[in-house]
Structure formats: structure tokens, C-alpha cells
Ligand binder design. Sequence first.
Ligand code: IMP
Ligand code: MG
Length: 336
Amino acid sequence: MSCTIIVGGFFGDEGKGKIVAHIAHQDHPTVISRGGVGPNAGHTVKVGEKEYGVRMIPSGFVYPDAKLCIGPGVLVDPRVLQKEIDEVGVSGRVFVDGRCGIIDEEHIARDKSSEHLAKKIGSTGSGCGPANSDRVLRLSKQAKDIPELAPYIADVAELVNQAIDNGETVLIEGTQGFGISLYYGTYPYVTSKDTSASQIAADTGVGPTRVDDVIVVFKAFPTRVGEGPFSTEMSLEASHSMGIQEFGTVTHRERRIGNWDGDMARYSAMINGCTQVAITGIDRVDPDCYGATEYDQLSQTAKDFIHQVEVDVGRPVTIISTGPELSQIIDLRKKK
Ligand code: IMP
Ligand code: MG
């Protein structure tokens, strides 16, 4: 019976999708609502042999018993949304707030052809920046103006708050990561909106007093796609020699890889109001930890790393992901 926000603590792609999916299977939320910018996000969830990449619907979709909501703060690309709904087969439980801003073809064209956005900032080319700027100028359409979206339109804020009133479990998914927040990130190399937990709550219409937990997800080895400062970045050769190579879900660009950044983690946890930490990719700290499901199965090297994270952040590490699959996870939430 609680409302939990899950956000990315570094530069996005921390593995929030898997953490949300895991928590959903454990905690049985009735509602999973996403905040964040829009279809610039890519969430990868692996269930058994099947891998899904979603950009619009909440990554908690793999849990079959929750309503899947898109909060009013989020930008919707109706084409991307419809394709995902069809592919994933979730049409009966998707709810899109009528106030969501709309991305049209022209926003995508503007994003891709802009020297500033496409080249200097390294945007995802999904139209989010231009659509958010039109929204601020009060020129953009809203989801309720688009006939194809009519079957999905709802008052998501009302729906989410009612679930909280009824004592149901609600998960609120953030997208992107702290380091690319418009307010707190490495401006101007950032996305077109704040990405911290307060913004994610606002995106879905939940007031700060209604949130019980904020889980900040950090990657053991942070990554960054696109341009901009990355203080702990290592060379691609160094990361390749460690067996680490990643590509973006949306753009397929190779991700830049860095070492753990304790200072950034602390600052990110502070702004996010972090109550618990989730760590992903511990199997990269020590490959022997791959697939572990109990804390005691972790090596001393991995345990030392977790301890360092808790010292840096000042909050307990309660979830540790040990591989890409949903089942490869250690959940200490009830013990801590
Ligand atoms: P935009 O959000 O497409 O305008 O891109 C601005 C910057 O944010 C670029 O560096 C993108 O690579 C980055 N970015 C946007 N969304 C994500 C995400 O979901 N994960 C990681 N990086 C992102
Ligand atoms: Mg991603």
C-alpha cells in the first residue's frame, strides 16, 4: 500500500525498466504511471529469451495486472504509441492523459535537421525538444485533440490519486536520468525537461506529500549517450577490454562508459529525495556475481562496492541487479 517513484540517478539507461518490472511482480501495483520527457526514452526489459524495447508505454507493462498510464507531463508521439500498443498487446489497459503534449512529424524533422540539437547536443531526434518548446509557447496540440487516441484518453492524475486514496500500490516511473535534467544536469547537454523525482511526480499529477518512497537507480558503471561532460568517462578501448559495450535503445548509438561517480550519486540522491538505492550491473564489478539472487552469493569485491555506494549516497542499497533477466536480482527491501 504505497506510492513509489523510480528514477535514474546518472545519465539515463540505468536499467529502470527492469527494476520497475521486478518491483511490479513483487508488490502487485494496480497502477503504473510514467512521467518523463517522451519517446526519447528507451526502456529495455528482458523476460526469458524475449527482449522488449518501449519508448511510450510504461516499462512495467510486463506485469499484466496493472493499468498502464501516461501522465499529462509526458509528450506523446501517437505513431510510436500505437505501434507499441499493437506489438505488446496491452490496448485494454493503456490510459493516456488528455493533456499530454503531442509530437508531430514536423517536430521530428526540426529536431533532426537542427545543427544545434542533432549535432551539438546529440539529441535522440525523436522530436521532444521542439515539441516541448512548442508546448511552452502554447502552440502544440494535446492528446485529447487526436481522434486516434480517443480510446485511451483519461484523467490520469485523477486515476492515480484515487488508487492512492484507496490504499492501492502505485508505481511511478521516471525516464532519462539526473545528469540530463534541464535544471540540474550538464546544461546545455541535457534533455528538454527536469528529470528528477519531483518532476516525475508532477508529470503524473501526484503531490509531494503522497509519495512514500523514491528509489534511485544507479548503474555500477554509468553510461552516457549523446554529447556533454562525463567526468568519470573511460576510453572505449578500456570499457571494451572489460567486456562492456552498450548501444542506445532509441538511437542505436554506442554508449559512452564511465566509472562509478560517488559525488554525482550523492548529489543526485539529494535532489531526488532518495529513500532507497537500486544498483544495476553488479556483475560488471565482479563477473562471479552474474545471476545471483541472494546477498550472500555476492563476492567480497561486490559487497565492498555496495558498501561504498551506501557510504557515498547515505541511503541503503535495497535492490541489486545481477544480470539482464528479470529473475537475476537481489531484493533486500524487506530486510533493510
Ligand atoms: P533529447 O532528449 O532527444 O532532446 O536529447 C538530449 C540529450 O538527452 C541527448 O544527449 C540524448 O542522448 C539524451 N537522452 C534523452 N533521452 C534519453 C534517455 O532516455 N536515455 C539516455 N539519454 C537520453
Ligand atoms: Mg534507455
